[in-house]
Design a protein around this ligand. Structure first.
Ligand code: ACO
Length: 368
């Protein structure tokens, strides 16, 4: 038998702390609670922009606040597939399937283009809205090209044109969800692109990655926890018991942010200004203070602050989305970032192919 390999090189599980690329798209400054898209502060983009303008900024680097993007027609072949899905299909599975089928109906030559990014970002909201209607026994609604993308999505979902504050609230959610550095789904999209595969394949893989509960977000669990607390008076007891059991409080803590998540701050402002505020938004605001106080008591060594999911929940509930659509809505918002990373990867491409330390048996002979 030959010796086992001895050339083990340093390895960081989960690639934590490993620099795996360079980007000019988003800057996540966890220590100071800052998030910049191409240098612009997230709070300013939410206050003065739309998702369409932010997507265009990510794709082109140019800030054109009046830039418009509408939802797009669903190719008939894709609609046939959406109609064939069981009503019990998870919305993330339906969206992943729809994007895959869309890719099969398109010419998507290398290198990917802004036109491809725009077409896919416009298609997916129509597909999710169509699936949500079909599973409820309703017919899909054609896109209204006069509406901006997020308004158009809500219209295709509900059949009613949303009022301006409602559309604005979901638009703000889409803006804060657009981009967040080298998170798992974005990294996945870049790996796929690095093989010179097409933009639809990259986004299919990204949706599959975001589907995992460690990435896909906790806003529907925030809704569950708030309804279990029931009232601000009951919140303190509930939170103390949850922490004593070792449970995690949804919407708090973050791997990168040690300061208040700037996305949570922007969304809280939007949630407070909503026309159809869910009854428990006030509850959320009061509970937040209780949770922050008790988390600081329990973990004085670690700054555990509110994260984006805590205020995503009231916004998504307030605009009328069913909680099981929350992860897919997050994926719709991330289309801008995923596709911008696809373009950035393709523009200076090198196959992403890391190395691995072998820890198996040493070279040996097959048994006689
Ligand atoms: N509630 C209670 N305790 C918490 C929480 C929380 N939300 N977050 C962290 N802690 C505790 C941990 O139990 C741990 O304590 P221990 O050392 O006694 O075991 C300590 O704080 C450090 O936590 P880590 O696990 O090291 O934090 P990590 O950076 O790995 O986790 C995470 C980040 C996963 C977001 C975590 O804070 C969490 O589970 N939060 C709740 C779920 C949530 O809100 N997810 C959405 C995140 S935002 C996004 O994904 C877009």
């Amino acid at each position: 038998m030959t010796d086992a390999p001895t050339t083990q090189r340093p390895y960081s599980p989960g690639l934590e702390g490993v620099i795996a690329g360079e980007t000019a798209l988003g800057y996540v400054d966890g220590e100071n609670g800052r998030l910049l898209y191409r240098g612009y502060r997230i709070g300013d983009l939410v206050a003065r922009g739309t998702y369409s303008a932010v997507a265009n900024l990510l794709w082109t680097g140019v800030w054109e606040p009046a830039h418009r993007l509408s939802t797009a027609e669903i190719p008939p072949e894709v609609m046939t597939i959406l109609r064939a899905l069981p009503a019990s299909t998870k919305p993330m599975d339906a969206l992943r399937t729809a994007v895959s089928a869309w890719g099969a109906t398109q010419e998507l030559p290398w290198p990917p283009t802004i036109a491809q990014a725009r077409a896919l970002t416009s298609f997916s909201p129509s597909a999710l809205a169509a699936f949500a209607r079909l599973r409820a026994g309703d017919e899909p609604i054609e896109p209204d090209l006069s509406l901006d993308l997020v308004e158009g999505f809500l219209y295709q979902l509900t059949g009613v044109k949303p009022d301006a504050p409602t559309a604005r609230a979901l638009d703000a959610y889409f803006i804060v969800g657009s981009e967040h550095g080298f998170n798992a789904s974005t990294f996945t999209a870049r790996v796929v692109t690095s093989t010179r595969s097409d933009i639809a394949s990259a986004v299919v893989a990204a949706i599959g990655t975001m589907k995992g509960p460690l990435h896909g977000g906790a806003p529907s669990e925030v809704v569950d926890q708030l309804s279990q607390m029931g009232s601000p008076e009951h919140a303190e007891v509930w939170v103390r018991e949850a922490l004593a059991r070792g449970d995690r409080l949804m919407g708090f803590g973050h791997r990168v942010y040690r300061a208040y998540d700037p996305r949570a701050a922007a969304l809280r402002t939007v949630a407070e200004g909503m026309k159809h505020r869910p009854d428990w938004l006030e509850l959320a605001i009061q509970v937040e203070d209780v949770v922050l106080r008790l988390l600081a008591e329990k973990h004085p060594e670690r700054a555990l602050k509110t994260n984006v999911e805590f205020y995503a929940a009231p916004v998504l509930m307030g605009v009328g989305l069913a909680p099981d659509l929350f992860p897919a809505a997050f994926s719709l918002s991330r289309h801008a970032g995923w596709t911008a990373h696809v373009l950035e990867q393709a523009a200076d491409n090198r196959l992403i192919r890391p190395d691995v330390n072998y820890v198996g048996p040493a070279e040996r002979d097959l048994p006689a």
